[in-house]
Design a protein around this ligand. Structure first.
Ligand code: ZN
Ligand code: ZN
Ligand code: ZN
Length: 376
């Protein structure tokens, strides 16, 4: 029973995770401050040196518990309608409280505790010391399958984020970019992101690679200025209600060379063939294979430097990963990037990135900005 002020039914999310815990024979999931905690109970806290820890028991008759510093209980009280608060005082050991808050072990078996992916190592060591008889296991594989399939409201926020990225890109192209440095273009992008529908104060990021710097996919902006004849790669994103946008476009100042046009066309086609391969029932890695095969057939295998995409939601990069080895079977409601690129060291790079969601019979893009080569 979510309260009306909250957009999500956190209790239902926890319920889905508890079902997968029971199916896997796990007694409880342990979650520290992270996007996982935000997802499960709506509490958005940074990791700190003070222990905040959520225990989600598998058994339906055990209440979930949140261990937290007692002076922070006011932050969690509005959310705590389906879990108990276990506050600790500054002079107390939260690890003893943790041990006392664990569900009972089933007779004759060690307690099996799954640990979510994002937790400081020093906490895990001390949690393990506090529960020496328990077995600690990785828990991402239990939580991620639930997080990967987005709810209608999440898809709505991601749609809004995609539209905000489109408007940001259109506004960027209106600016007098010729002569600007990469750092200045990034500064402009960081100002445009909140002006065009992203939340003010949301985390934001931008990569701007001019000319030869575009051949480094995660280039850090520097003093390189845009001159006539330069290819440019811009990759940027920010948040709407906690959900990320992430979009890349590549464009050119002055007439491009034949090879730039050829590479641009290959990347553009690769984006399209990968998009058309998306549907429920195929694997994440099969989309990567389609994209790679297209670039390899065009003769640019050495220009491939990274996977085809990554899931996106509360985190900019989250499961599933569109890469060889990720055998996640795509389901309706999953969301990820398709961002093939070709990078020619010392010369230029081209990447085109859209966020897509899996639909009942294919895929839908959240970014609708044109893929046609823009010559400025
Ligand atoms: Zn990246
Ligand atoms: Zn990106
Ligand atoms: Zn991306």
């Amino acid at each position: 029973m979510a309260t009306h002020s909250q957009p999500f039914d956190y209790a239902a999310r926890c319920q889905r995770v508890r079902e997968s815990l029971r199916a896997a024979g796990i007694d409880a999931l342990l979650v520290g401050p992270s996007s996982d905690l935000f997802y499960l109970i709506g509490l958005n806290r940074p990791q700190s040196e003070r222990l905040t820890h959520f225990i989600l028991p598998a058994a339906a008759d055990e209440s979930p518990r949140l261990i937290l510093p007692s002076f922070e209980t006011a932050l969690a009280e509005p959310l705590a309608h389906f879990f108990d608060l276990v506050p600790w005082e500054e002079t107390e050991s939260p690890f003893e409280l943790f041990a006392a808050s664990l569900p009972a072990a089933r007779t004759g078996q060690p307690l099996r505790l799954a640990v979510a992916d994002q937790i400081y190592a020093h906490f895990l060591y001390r949690l393990q010391a506090a529960a020496p008889d328990a077995e600690f296991l990785p828990g991402g594989n239990l939580l991620n399958p639930v997080r990967m399939v987005k709810e209608a409201q999440e898809l709505e926020y991601l749609t809004q984020a995609g539209a905000a990225a489109d408007r940001t890109y259109m506004a960027l192209l209106e600016l007098p970019l010729l002569g600007m440095s990469e750092a200045e273009v990034k500064q402009q992008l960081m100002a445009l992101l909140p002006q065009h529908g992203h939340d003010p104060g949301a985390p934001a990021g931008a990569i701007v690679g001019v000319g030869e710097n575009g051949a480094s996919p995660h280039h850090h902006v520097g003093p390189r200025r845009i001159q006539a004849g330069d290819a440019v790669v811009v990759d940027f994103g920010s948040g709407v209600n906690g959900y990320w946008s992430d979009m890349t476009r590549s464009f050119h100042f002055g007439p491009p060379s034949d090879e730039y046009r050829r590479v641009y066309d290959i990347v553009n086609e690769t984006n399209q063939v990968a998009f058309e391969a998306v549907r429920p029932g195929v694997t994440a890695e099969s989309i990567d294979a389609v994209a790679r095969a297209h670039i390899i057939a065009a003769g640019y295998e050495e220009g491939i430097l990274h996977r085809t995409g990554h899931g996106l939601g509360f985190d900019l990069h989250e499961a599933p990963y569109i890469v060889q080895g990720d055998t996640t079977v795509l389901q309706e409601g999953m969301v990820f990037s398709i961002e093939p690129g070709i990078y020619l060291k010392g010369r230029f790079g081209v990447r085109i990135e859209d966020i897509v969601t899996v639909t009942a019979d294919g895929a839908r893009r959240f970014n609708l900005s044109t893929h046609d080569l823009q010559v400025l």
